[in-house]
Design a binder for this molecule. Structure first.
Ligand code: SAH
Length: 213
């Protein structure tokens, strides 16, 4: 596993691209500039690593588009030391971006193959999530709640109630909601029973799957 000057240069170009698309948070831009995205992809796709595009990974899943990762992370307003729950670990790229921001990351993945691979891979790059969990993200992580932020990285047909209830007051849930196309949605918990909701346009994700058993 190598990160060369060439990769770093390509990554800086990627940072400029997502900046031009409207990402302004310097911490987020630095995180994207630091995470070696090419190492998260199958070798056959390495040449595509620094294009602003989603790509296929194992188990019919995708590595999210860098702009989307940056956009969701910016909405999450991650402070160093914040406790963050991610739903949909996948290859761990978003997890790594959150680690770069100094978050204590808990991340749930429902596909065992991805869970196992990513659990081995992230520490090799020096990214240590607090916990990677094999399980169903619809339920959130009640044992570790409440969270400063929750980020869902798959398209949710509806907003799972447990995720709202596992936010701290002041906490933020960033979730793409919809079936074919998803509306990026932010919930801010203003008080125990009061949530503010904001919408940020259309995105496309693989579906957040429900385990029917
Ligand atoms: N965060 C990843 C994106 C992975 S794609 C990145 O940075 O690239 C979305 C992931 O959500 C897939 O790995 C998929 O298996 C997972 N997923 C789908 N439904 C889920 C569920 N109910 N609970 C947890 N993970 C789920």
């Amino acid at each position: 596993m190598k990160d060369t000057f060439k990769h770093q240069g390509l990554r800086q170009q990627l940072v400029n691209i997502i900046k031009a698309k409207g990402i302004i948070d310097d911490n987020v831009l630095n995180a994207i500039g630091n995470v070696p995205r090419h190492l998260f992809m199958d070798s056959g796709f390495i040449d595509h690593a620094y294009q602003d595009k989603a790509f296929p990974i194992a188990a019919n899943q995708t590595i999210s588009q860098p702009y989307t990762v940056a956009f969701q992370t910016e909405l999450l307003e991650v402070k160093s030391g914040a406790k963050i729950l991610e739903i949909g670990t996948g290859c761990g790229y978003q997890t790594a971006v959150l680690c770069e921001l100094g978050a204590k990351v808990y991340s749930i993945e429902r596909q065992n193959e991805l869970f196992k691979n990513t659990s081995k891979f992230l520490p090799k790059l020096g990214y240590r999530a607090k916990k990677l969990i094999f399980g169903d993200g619809y339920k959130g992580l009640p044992d570790e709640a409440p969270f400063d932020g929750i980020i869902v990285t798959a398209g949710a047909p509806f907003v799972p109630k447990p995720l709202l209830s596992q936010l701290k007051v002041g906490g933020r849930l960033v979730i793409p909601v919809g079936t074919d196309v998803q509306t990026m949605t932010l919930f801010v918990r203003k008080a125990a029973k009061e949530f503010e909701q904001h919408e940020y346009g259309d995105f496309r994700f693989v579906p957040l799957l429900e385990d029917k058993n």
